[in-house]
Each structure stands twice: as structure tokens, then as C-alpha cells.
Design a protein around this ligand. Sequence first.
Ligand code: PHB
Length: 379
Amino acid sequence: MNAPHPQAARNGGESDTRKLFQPARIGDIEVANRVVMAPLTRSRADEAAGDIPGSPMNVEYYRQRSNAGLIISEGTQVSPVGKGYMATPGIYSDEQVEGWKPITQAVHEAGSKIVAQIWHVGRVTHPDLTGGAQPVAPSAIRPNVVAYTRNGKMEVPVPRALSVAEIAEVVQEFRRAAANAIRAGFDGVEIHGANGYLVDQFLRDGANQRTDQYGGSVANRARFALEVIDAVVAEIGAGRVGIRLSPVTPANDLSDSKPQAVFGYLVEELNKRGIAFIHFVEGATGGPRDVPGFDFAWARKAFKGTYIANNGYDRAMAIDAVESGRADAVAFGRLFIANPDLVHRLRHDTVLNAPNPKTFYAPGPEGYIDYPALEAIAA
Ligand code: PHB
């Protein structure tokens, strides 16, 4: 940590003592600063070819944002039935692995680091997105959500409850996805345990009403998440593994009767595994931060790895959170969509571009690689 990181000079890091802009270690991953690019679904993979990323436009999008200390990729499905949105990239086929390579290479050439967010949407999908397969979940409980498909907006159907043997197969899919991520040149993975998708569906009792070893008690509901963690850690090492959690979000119609109990237990168990980071969505995803039910300040103290904070942070909040020690790093989503050079802008407190929600999921370069960067600012 004493020697300047190669990216520090480029970012003016040596002249700026605020912690947000200082190098750090996240598990085994050395980062040039503590600004993280949050995972962002952009629906611009080559769907016809098999949900393959890596077009010149995809590479350029990530290259532009490689001023972040760490980039967390858009969610990448671990299997065809784990896909919930149009044109999201996968990480289960050899062609997808090849597709990711120019992206990870461009990010590394620019001095940044990138982990793959590995994702299974569980019940939050529709057969039009999964190649006709019925969605799967811990229990056959339909969420009140819609899926956006080529055939328009659809109510999602009642999912099929996974058998115990099938749960073991999904754990192996996460394991293979992690191995594929390393093959593709990623620095590690973030398991998507948030926002009402499959891992979260097992954790929270609004979706999990199983009566076997995967449901009921807190330990039983956390079993699937921990089996995924253990498999991924065995494959790539704990220092390259993180998880995203959103203990109180209502996203995707999910809820829990006692979030502190289940997520408190999970944090303690994750400590035993020594994983690199937990990435917390503090509050309602993309919405209010003051949702009761979980004590994030407790989690920050209890968790021994890197605490990445997310949800509604602006510049002043992020600088203060890292300076005061309430977080080790801060992830920005929408601000990174609209500001490819976000770290420079935060450092120099300059004007920010506004994101255009109409192009978040639209195909093509507009609203993807055409947000302007400021002229380079002398450090
Ligand atoms: C979305 O595409 O809107 C989306 C995807 C994954 C999330 C949250 C939102 O975790």
C-alpha cells in the first residue's frame, strides 16, 4: 500500500489524501481507489448468437469506465433458465467465456479490476426468456412482477419448486460460472444474493416455504447461499469471492419476517469463510435508504472482509462514508451509466451528466457509449 498504484498517478491519487481515492485491497484484489462500478443490466449482449458479450460496443463501454477501482460486471446468468431479461450475457458456454475476454483485457489495460456478477433469477422470469423452460424457485409461489420479453410485457408464471437433487446441480452451475469467470480473465466473482433473485429467494421466507433442509429455520434458509459460497470458494479461492445482499429491499416482490435474524446469521457464517467482500444494498434498491429491519452499522462492524456500500450515494456521502469508516468502498450504479469518467468527476467535484432511463436497456450505442467524458483534468 506504500508504493503508488500504477493507476494512482493517472487518477491524481498521490495528491489526494481522501480515502475514497486511495488504493486498497479487496481480498486478493488490489484496487487503485475505492470507487466501485455497481452491476448494471444493459441488455446489449448478442442474444441471437447465444447471449454472448464482447462486441466492440460492449468492450468500449467497460473500457470507458475503467477509472473505477473495481468494476462489478452486469449480471451474467449461470444457466439458460437463470436468465430474466432480454440480451443479458451468460457465463456458462465456451463462446460466452471467449466473449468476455476482450472486455476483461481492456479493463486491465486501463489499470482497473473487474469481477463477474454471477446470477440466477429463479422465479423472476418467463418462458419467453428461458428457451421455454418454466422458472424455478425454492417454492411454487408466484411473485407479482412482470417480465419484459420479445413478445411484450408478461406476468411471470408460477415457478416450479426445485428438488434437492436439482439444488445441487444449481450449486454446480455457480461453481462452473466462477471457474469460467477466471478463465475469461476476471479477477473474481460477485455472487448475486440480492434483489429478489434465486439466492435471495432461498434466504427470505416470502419466497421460501420449504419443509426440507433448505427451508424453515434461518440456518436452513441460508444453506443454499452457503453451499454456493463454499463451491465457488473451493473453485477460485475466498480472496476472489464476494456476495451482494439486500436484506430489506422489496425488489421483485420479496420480503422476510425477520431480516436481522437471517442476514445476521449469514454475515457470521461468511466471516468463517473469509470471503473478500460483501456488497450491501442499503435500503430499497434504487429507492429509499431508510427501510427498517436490518442494522447495516452492525454488519459493517461484524464483517471482517471489505464492506462495499451501495444505494443512493452521492459524492459527499461516499467521501464521508469511507473517511469515517462506515464503509470500505462505495458502489455507484446510475452515476456510472451517465459518467464514464466518474472517478475524475468525483475527485474534482465537477458537474455530472444525467442518466437517461429510456436507454438503460435499449439496444445500440445510444445511452451506452456516448455519454461524454470531461477533458482530462491535470492532477
Ligand atoms: C434490472 O435489470 O432492472 C435489474 C437487474 C438486476 C438487479 C436489479 C435490477 O439486481
